[in-house]
Write a protein that binds this ligand. Structure first.
Ligand SMILES: [Fe+2]
Ligand SMILES: [Fe+2]
Length: 342
């Protein structure tokens, strides 16, 4: 590597080649038309959580138990969405380092921006419902609220463990591999937010779910377009990493889209009961969290969709017996292995 002091300009007509990978593409190739279309849609569909009709939300019309139960769901979501902006920002940097075509860089920028919006939405909802901006230091008002705060602390502990692994994974894997785990989250997210939109009664939450669901649908389209571009040439060693990532993505994302598998999530024995109780209270207050059966069916459909995509490229699918899908057994998944996002 040349020293910064070494001068070249007086020795040669043209400068030396710039070492690669270098975060500095000086080119704007555009090959994948679909990605340009998604970028344009993202520009048209920008929304601002702070501009939603917050004045229509009367938190005093809810009991404290209901407020804590609904805030708990937003907290659960933010365990995933509050890490999404840095997760995608890291992936955005990678698209520059590998000199991805211009629409890929733009699409990753749009996902980063969208995810920040989702994170802001979580924060606004929690702050209004609890009258406090931090669900971990908030002082619970009810017995359920106290048990939910314990749940939230355990979720936060678990979610916080994967960032180091993710940072190490990003330079190691091709974008094509990273996309497989992104897609897993986006497919399921697009569906669950649509259900929450249909089943929620509070206008400000309804509006948010409509917007978030539309964002996630675009994220899914981005993943699909990049996979269609890259998967036909995927090497066998990458195929087996994809298979493992899908299983890891299932385990990780189940916590928000279904229920957290205890083989992977390190959670206390009363966790699920507390969460189910909160979901029942929230549903009773008109907050449309899908039931256990509806979540299971949603998750199953999302996984079957993904299986349909991977089958086209002869990528073995992992067994997911939890929702009745057979396939290749994957056993040794731990927090270090995962690169999924939401
Ligand atoms: Fe999101
Ligand atoms: Fe997303």
């Amino acid at each position: 590597m040349a020293h910064s002091k070494e001068r070249f300009a007086d020795k040669m007509e043209l400068p030396p080649e710039t070492e690669q990978p270098n975060v500095y593409p000086l080119s704007w190739h555009s090959r994948t038309k679909k990605l340009q279309e998604v970028w344009e849609a993202s520009q048209r569909e920008i929304w601002d959580p702070e501009q939603l009709p917050w004045d229509t939300l009367d938190v005093d019309s809810y009991s404290w138990e209901e407020r804590e139960a609904i805030a708990y769901w937003w907290t659960l979501l933010s365990v995933f969405d509050a890490s999404a902006p840095p997760v995608f920002a890291e992936a955005l940097i990678k698209t520059y380092e590998v000199h991805e075509e211009d629409p890929v860089r733009k699409c990753f920028f749009s996902v980063t921006r969208d995810e920040q919006g989702h994170e802001i939405m979580c924060g606004l909802s929690i702050t209004k419902l609890l009258g406090h901006p931090d669900p971990l230091t908030y002082e619970p008002k009810t017995d359920l609220g106290r048990r939910l705060q314990k749940n939230a602390k355990w979720l936060y502990f678990n979610g916080g463990r994967y960032w180091t692994g993710y940072k190490q994974a990003v330079p190691k894997y091709d974008l094509a591999v990273l996309f497989s785990s992104f897609l897993m989250g986006e497919i399921a997210a697009a569906t669950i937010f649509k259900q929450m939109y249909e089943n929620s009664r509070e206008p400000v939450f309804k509006e948010a779910f409509k917007n978030i669901g539309r964002d996630e649908g675009r994220h899914m389209a981005i993943c699909m377009a990049v996979m269609e571009r890259d998967y036909p040439g995927l090497k066998d060693e990458n195929k087996s990493i994809v298979t493992k990532q899908i299983r890891a993505g299932y385990l990780f994302l189940s916590a928000v889209l279904f229920e957290p598998p205890m083989e992977f999530w390190d959670l206390p024995a009363d966790f699920i009961d507390n969460q189910r109780e909160a979901e029942e209270v929230a549903r009773g207050a008109g907050f449309g969290i899908p039931t256990y059966e509806a979540k299971k069916e949603n998750w199953r459909q999302a996984i079957l969709n993904l299986k349909g995509v991977l089958d086209r490229y002869d990528i073995p699918f992992p067994a997911i017996p939890e929702v009745g899908i057979s396939g290749q057994e994957i056993s040794d998944v731990d927090m270090e292995d995962i690169i999924p996002v939401f």
